[in-house]
Design a protein around this ligand. Structure first.
Ligand code: AMP
Ligand code: GLY
Length: 436
C-alpha cells in the first residue's frame, strides 16, 4: 500500500457501543470499502458498511486468520483487555497494521502504579500517591497520611476498582475489600491517592509513536443517578466538544500532559501507536491526570465519532504506520454532539439481561444516515433474529445539532422510539451545557 492512502478493508475488534461507532465512522470514510466488527453485537449488521464477525476479542489466532482472509489493511482494537494481552503485538508481528498499543504501552491503563511512576518521572500533573502491596502496609500509610484517600486496585478491574473515600474508616474498608481478593490479580496491590476536586473531562490523542492529533474534549457522566449521584458506571452519557476546555486549555493539556507522556513512553522504548485517553480533573491549580487509558472512552467515542471528517480512516492508518506527518488533516465537524445511554434494569450493580428490545426508528436512522445514530452496546440477536439486551449499557443514542439543546432534544426523542423492560435513562445528561 502506498503511504497516504486510505485502508480499504478494516477490522474493528470489540463488541460494545464504542466499536460500533468506530465501525460506522470508518465505513463512512472516503475509500473504505468494508468494515468488519468482531465480535460486534445485535446492532452491528444494521450499520451501513459494517459486517459482524463472530470472533471473540481475546481469540488472537482467529483474529489474525480473519485479518488474512479478508485482506485487512488496518485493525483497530477497541477494548483494553485484548491490548493488555498483546493482541496488537501479535498482529504487528504478522505484518498487519494496527491502531492500538502493544502490551507494553497498554500498561498505561493496565497498571495504575506503572502509569503513576511514568507521570512522576515525566513531571505530569497528577494527584500525590502512595503504593502498597499488602493490607498491613496500606493501612500503615493511611495512618501516616491521616486523611481520607482514593483507593485504586492496581490492575484492570473493569472500572470498578476505585473508591473515593469520604472518611478514614471508608478508606480502610475499601482497602480491606481490595485485598480480600474481590478484584483477583488486579487487587494484588493498590495505589492510594490524595482526593482532588473539580470537573472531569476526557481528552483523546491519536498517536503514531512520536506525533499526535487531539480530538475535541468530551465530558462523560459516570454516576448512575441524576444530579451525578449514586454508584459509578461505565458512563451514562456524554457530550462534545466540552466547553470546559477551550482551545487554549486543550493546548495546555497537550503540552503539560500528552506530549510529555508520549515522550516518556518513547524514552522507555515503547512505540505507542493508538489512543492515549487522559481522564483529567480541572482543579483550581490546573488540569491533573486522574487516569490514563489505552483506548477510546465509552460513551465518549460514540459521541465523538459523528464529528469526525472522512479522513479518519487514513489518519488511524497513518498512526498505525508511524507516519502521521504524511496523513491528511483530520477535519472536525463544528456542531455539538450529544449521547445518552439506555442501560439495563439493575445496572451497575447487577444488570438484568435478556429483555427484548423494540426499535421504532426508521431504517435510515438505524443505519445512522442522518444526524441521529443508534449504537448498540450490550445487545445480541437470538436464533430467530430478535434483539435482546445482553449487557449493562444496552444502547447509545447520539445526535448532532448546532447547539446542545437541539442535539439533546433529538437524542431523547430518538430514545422515545426504543423500548425494553427496565430501560434506565438519565434525563439530565448534558445539564452542564443545556439551557432548557
Ligand atoms: P478511575 O477508574 O481511575 O477513572 O476512577 C473513577 C473515578 O474516581 C474518576 O472518574 C473520578 O471521578 C474518581 N477519582 C479517581 N481518582 C480521583 C482523585 N485523585 N480525586 C478525586 N476523584 C478521583
Ligand atoms: N467513559 C469512561 C471510560 O470509558 O472509561
Amino acid at each position: 500500500m502506498l503511504p497516504g492512502t486510505t485502508p480499504r478493508r478494516i477490522l474493528v475488534v470489540g463488541g460494545g457501543g464504542r466499536e460500533n461507532a468506530l465501525g460506522w465512522a470508518l465505513a463512512r470514510c472516503s475509500g473504505v470499502e468494508q468494515v468488519w466488527v468482531a465480535p460486534g453485537n445485535g446492532g452491528t449488521q444494521a450499520l451501513t458498511g459494517c459486517q459482524q464477525l463472530p470472533i471473540a476479542e481475546h481469540d488472537q489466532a482467529a483474529l489474525l486468520n480473519a485479518a488474512r482472509e479478508h485482506q485487512i489493511e488496518l485493525v483497530v482494537v477497541g477494548p483494553e483487555a485484548p491490548l493488555a494481552a498483546g493482541l496488537a503485538d501479535s498482529l504487528r508481528q504478522a505484518g498487519v497494521a494496527v491502531f492500538g498499543p502493544g502490551a507494553a504501552g497498554a500498561q498505561l491503563e493496565a497498571s495504575k502504579q506503572w502509569a503513576k511512576a511514568l507521570m512522576v518521572e515525566a513531571g505530569i500533573p497528577t494527584a500525590r500517591h502512595w503504593t502498597a502491596s499488602s493490607l498491613e502496609d496500606a493501612l500503615a500509610q493511611v495512618e501516616a497520611v491521616g486523611q481520607p484517600l482514593v483507593v485504586k486496585a492496581d490492575g484492570l478491574a473493569a472500572g470498578k476498582g476505585v473508591t473515593v473515600a469520604s472518611s478514614i474508616a471508608e478508606t480502610r474498608a475499601a482497602l480491606e475489600e481490595v485485598f480480600s481478593g474481590r478484584f483477583g490479580a488486579a487487587g494484588a496491590s493498590v495505589v492510594l491517592e490524595e482526593i482532588l476536586e473539580g470537573p472531569e473531562v476526557s481528552v483523546f490523542a491519536l498517536c503514531d509513536g512520536q506525533r499526535m492529533v487531539l480530538l475535541p474534549p468530551a465530558q462523560d457522566h459516570k454516576r448512575i443517578g441524576e444530579g451525578d449521584t449514586g454508584p459509578n458506571t461505565g458512563g451514562m452519557g456524554a457530550y462534545a466538544p466540552a466547553p470546559l476546555l477551550d482551545q487554549a486549555g486543550l493546548e495546555q493539556v497537550r503540552q503539560q500532559v500528552l506530549e510529555p507522556t508520549l515522550a516518556a513512553l518513547q524514552a522507555l522504548g515503547i512505540d505507542y501507536r493508538g489512543v492515549i485517553y487522559a481522564g483529567l480533573m480541572l482543579t483550581a491549580s490546573g488540569p491533573s491526570v486522574i487516569e490514563f487509558n489505552c483506548r477510546f472512552g465509552d460513551p465518549e467515542c460514540e459521541t465523538l465519532m459523528p464529528l469526525m471528517g472522512p479522513e479518519l480512516a487514513a489518519v488511524l492508518l497513518a498512526c498505525a504506520q508511524g507516519r502521521l506527518d504524511q496523513a491528511p488533516a483530520l477535519t472536525i465537524h463544528p456542531g455539538c454532539s450529544a449521547c445518552v445511554i439506555a442501560a439495563a434494569a439493575g445496572y451497575p450493580l447487577s444488570a438484568r439481561l435478556g429483555d427484548a428490545i423494540r426499535i421504532d426508528l426508521s431504517p435510515d436512522d438505524q443505519a445512522g444516515q442522518g444526524s441521529l445514530q443508534l449504537f448498540h452496546a450490550g445487545s445480541q440477536r437470538d436464533g430467530s433474529g430478535a434483539c435482546l439486551s445482553a449487557g449493562g449499557r444496552v444502547l447509545a443514542m447520539v445526535a448532532q445539532a448546532d447547539d446542545f439543546d437541539a442535539a439533546f432534544a433529538q437524542a431523547y426523542a430518538g430514545l422515545a422510539q426504543v423500548h425494553f423492560d427496565g430501560m434506565t435513562v438519565r434525563r439530565d445528561i448534558g445539564h452542564q451545557v443545556r439551557n432548557r
